[in-house]
Design a protein around this ligand. Sequence first.
Ligand code: GLU
Length: 303
Amino acid sequence: MDLQSIVAEIAAEMADRPDRGEVATYIPQLARVDPARFGLAVALPDGTVHAAGDADLPFSVQSISKVFTLAIALGRFGDDLWMRVGREPSGQPFNSILQLETERGRPRNPFINAGAIVVTDAILAGHQPRELLGEILQFVRSAAGDEEIHINKSVAASEEATGHRNRALAEFIAAHDNLIHEPDYVLGTYFHQCAIDMTCRQLARAGLFLTNAEGTPSLVGPARVRRINALMMTCGHYDASGDFAYRVGLPGKSGVGGGILMVVPRRAAIAVWSPGLNAAGNSHLGTVAAEILTRRTGWSVFG
Ligand code: GLU
């Protein structure tokens, strides 16, 4: 069966599923998203995008932004970044504070909130927050080949108003001398990067640089792309990263807005969005759909 039919069939199957998970409720902008939404887009290195369902509706990418800030940080600091943040799966929820205490303010990996806050702090060096946000947006826009990607200011404001736990994480990291800037300064930028809105079509296209396929935007070197993929595979779904690797078999990064970005090295980038989350805070139907898609296409990094 051709790819467009597979994508359309999965979207149709997902539309009828009664089990949709629970939308995030910590800010009103996410709480009021319709759980019936489902979008899927598969971008190929030649620029073709196979899309279905709500693939052209923007959603809040949230933690998926951590992939782009990591790419910028690795481009700027290379392996020096690893002095400040680890690269081991955490086995903990996205906002856990537990390990920070025992590991003395060096977060386990760049995809849990604590690690992403350190990454944002690192790339803020020498920039005003507004400039850095411009750079992050520019990175994502060039990756997607689409200028119509913006920050949702009302989401950023709500994140800021309810960000007590992230504030606690940042203060804790600062207490261990692992933050260059003031916690609130870093968090303002972090909340805005999480508040980028994208459609599945834009996100799938933005993920193409992670495929290392010929003809895709070359925003970071091939060796670094492999490493980002390794981190997505091992740490991209918080304490459900093992389960995602087992069920889907592709590097992926989820966000609490219900999006997941996945990479099929050399072949495709996939974005799926369904706002209902499972117990680990990852898109419930997004994961189910990814599992079906990889089964039908045979795509897996495990052979
Ligand atoms: N802005 C969210 C937070 O920091 C991102 C979490 C996520 O997408 O997993 O709480």
